[in-house]
Design a protein around this ligand. Structure first.
Ligand SMILES: [Zn+2]
Ligand SMILES: [Zn+2]
Length: 272
């Protein structure tokens, strides 16, 4: 199995040594792990600097690749936080460095942070969701330098700011705009991920969950990865089975991995 979304000490919000992540990956029986460190050039009101030292990162990956040769494939990747004010700078960073694949994520909606609740001030549940998906659509159309859209339904983690819970939402109401997001990705050879951080946030669901993955499949989507979004060793490789179950239920026979930004498809049956 493959864990395609992991943050280590090279991300501002993780202290996990890369070695620890590799050890855990082997213990969990993984074949591949992708280190998708944060690059968020625009992050208002944050105590962290969401950038990383590529040179040191790459050196570390190279040394671990040697150490784990034949046992574990280690990918160089990055999670780019998309924002119109930093498209050019972010693209330059990913063009100038060597990555196996790139996740594009929306953490900041317009100029407001989802995570600290600023985004939700003065909005009700419907406004929050509608604006969120519209912005994701706009960013996905405007910024195309990534392979996989990160956690399509990230907003689920933060609905307590509007005194709600994802199970109370009629998600079908937003499927028109979600369809537009998925079509934009499919038409440009990009894909989505099944992000397992919902388990870390006690939501008991993946981001996105089955109805969204089914919709993606129906629209012709093929490129799809699964990642834990682990920030500590406790989550590396966890709940991946749930991700594979959802893939199969949605009708997928293949899962995607990447090398040098090119997708590779593996029959799911052959992995178990
Ligand atoms: Zn993210
Ligand atoms: Zn992440």
């Amino acid at each position: 199995m493959f864990d395609y979304h992991v943050h280590t000490e090279f991300s501002a919000d993780s202290k996990m040594p890369m070695e620890k992540a590799c050890e855990t990956a082997l213990d969990m029986g993984l074949k591949e792990i992708a280190f998708t460190e944060h690059l968020d050039y625009f992050y208002p009101n944050s105590e962290f600097i969401w950038e990383f030292d590529y040179f040191q990162y790459a050196q570390k990956v190279e040394s671990l690749r040697k150490q784990y040769e034949g046992q574990l494939t280690i990918l160089k990747a990055v999670e780019v936080g998309m924002h119109p004010s930093t498209y050019e700078k972010s693209k330059k960073f990913t063009d100038d460095h060597d990555f196996d694949y790139i996740i594009g994520s929306v953490h900041i909606v317009e100029d407001l942070d989802l995570h600290n609740g600023d985004y939700f001030k003065g909005k009700n549940l419907n406004d929050s969701l509608e604006t969120y998906f519209k912005i994701v659509h706009a960013y996905v159309k405007e910024y195309q330098d990534f392979n996989i859209l990160g956690h399509l339904t990230l907003i689920k983690r933060y609905l307590h700011f509007v005194k709600s819970h994802w199970q109370q939402v009629k998600w079908e109401n937003y499927f028109d705009i979600i369809e537009d997001i998925l079509k934009s990705l499919i038409e440009t050879g990009r894909g989505i991920e099944i992000n397992l951080s919902g388990f870390r946030y006690r939501l008991d669901c993946t981001l996105p969950n089955l109805p969204f993955v089914k919709l993606y499949k129906e629209l012709g989507g093929e490129i799809i990865t699964i990642g834990t979004d682990a920030h500590s060793k406790h989550f590396v490789g966890k709940h991946l089975d749930t991700g594979y179950e959802i893939l199969k239920e949605a009708g997928f026979e293949y899962i995607t991995t990447f090398k040098k930004r090119k997708p590779i498809f593996h029959r799911i049956d052959s992995l178990f």
